[in-house]
Design a protein around this ligand. Structure first.
Ligand SMILES: NC(=O)c1ccc[n+]([C@@H]2O[C@H](COP(=O)([O-])OP(=O)(O)OC[C@H]3O[C@@H](n4cnc5c(N)ncnc54)[C@H](O)[C@@H]3O)[C@@H](O)[C@H]2O)c1
Ligand SMILES: O=C(O)C(=O)C[C@]1(C(=O)O)C=C[C@@H](O)C=C1
Length: 307
């Protein structure tokens, strides 16, 4: 593959940025990748494991002369970061972000975009419960969707960013802002909230049942604990910024839960059976469509190994 952007700057060096870096290295997609993270410890780790060609001590230095700048920080930090780097961007550059919520990010970032600079929001639908600079791997985006939310962005800049995501291994689909936030509330945000809640409930019970809840938990509950181990800052920001859509879906979820609660109380086996049959078919549909990702490769898959 060949260089798509000469210089790429990654702001925030966690799971998504580090996976992007290793995937860029795998494909030779950028001549130079610079990186910046807020904490000295993260920058030190990045330097130690060879994450980024150059780790900078300021965001301003990292974006100097960059053709593509990707904001990979928690959703609530996107606006302040953008305000800081805005005066230092090269005319013609593209700014993008990988935030899990789009409406609030666009509202926070777009007002700071200077004339002559493009802004093309994206959202890779790939991740793990791990975070930080050492958690990334080159194959994270392979065959996964990356949602592109141009929201009126320049067509050439959008098409080039789509080529970039294809070269990172992803499939892309363009989506309207509101629709994005609603879809993600259904397929990602509320499932995380449910997992957090279920593990919290089990933890409460654990105190009265002498470790039994954890001791005897099998695969189902363990899947919940994996999701509930996801980064607290990231997920706090998701719920604070996608309030409308998550409350809407949570309302529907609660209604269904009450219906199932009633079926259990009244002994309505047919209702339970029909419901579970319908949901089982959804799982089978996901597998048939090749969307089920088995255990991901947590090695860096072609990038430099950690020391
Ligand atoms: N984890 C996932 O599954 C996933 C998937 C898709 C998109 N996203 C989105 O991608 C973004 C990054 O998520 P991640 O999983 O890589 O997170 P992460 O916690 O692994 O990394 C975030 C990085 O941003 C840095 N950071 C935090 N605040 C900052 C600030 N103000 N200035 C500079 N750096 C700052 C942190 O130090 C860290 O290096 C988030 O917006 C998240 O919503 C996450
Ligand atoms: O695979 C996981 O562990 C994830 O949580 C990834 C996941 C998701 O919910 O699917 C999490 C947040 C994102 O914004 C996109 C993807």
């Amino acid at each position: 593959m060949s260089v798509i952007y000469n210089r790429v700057a990654l702001i925030g060096l966690g799971l998504i940025a580090s996976s992007m870096f290793w995937a860029m290295k795998r494909g030779g997609l950028a001549a130079e990748v610079t990186g910046y993270a807020r904490s000295q410890a993260t920058r030190d780790t990045a330097r130690r494991i060879g994450l980024c060609d150059r780790v900078c001590d300021t965001a301003i230095e990292a974006v100097q002369d960059a053709d593509l700048i990707v904001l990979c920080v928690p959703v609530g930090a996107m606006g302040p970061v953008m305000a800081e780097i805005a005066p230092h961007l090269k005319p013609g550059a593209t700014v993008s972000d990988v935030g899990s919520v789009k409406k609030s990010v666009i509202e926070a970032v777009a007002p700071h975009i200077p004339a002559g600079v493009h802004f093309v929001p994206t959202h890779p639908m790939a991740g793990t419960e791990h975070s930080g600079p050492e958690s990334g791997f080159a194959t994270l985006f392979d065959n996964r969707w990356c949602l592109i939310v141009p929201d009126g962005a320049d067509e050439d800049a959008t098409a080039r960013l789509e080529d970039f995501w294809h070269a990172l291994g992803a499939k892309t689909e363009r989506m309207d802002v509101q629709h994005h936030d609603l879809v993600c509330a259904v397929v990602s945000h509320i499932p995380h909230l449910i997992a957090y809640t279920m593990v919290g409930v089990a933890d409460d019970l654990n105190r009265v049942s002498d470790q039994e809840v954890i001791k005897f938990s099998a695969a189902g509950f363990r899947d919940f604990t994996r999701i509930a181990a996801s980064d607290p800052t990231m997920w706090r920001d998701v719920f604070l910024t996608n309030k409308e859509a998550t409350l809407e879906i949570l309302g529907r979820f609660t209604e269904e839960l009450f219906a199932l609660q009633r079926a259990i109380r009244t002994g309505d086996g047919d209702q339970l059976f029909d419901y579970f049959t319908r949901t089982r078919a959804i799982r089978r549909g996901i597998i048939d469509a090749g969307q089920d990702t088995a255990a991901p490769d947590f090695g860096r898959g072609g990038g430099k190994a950690a020391e």
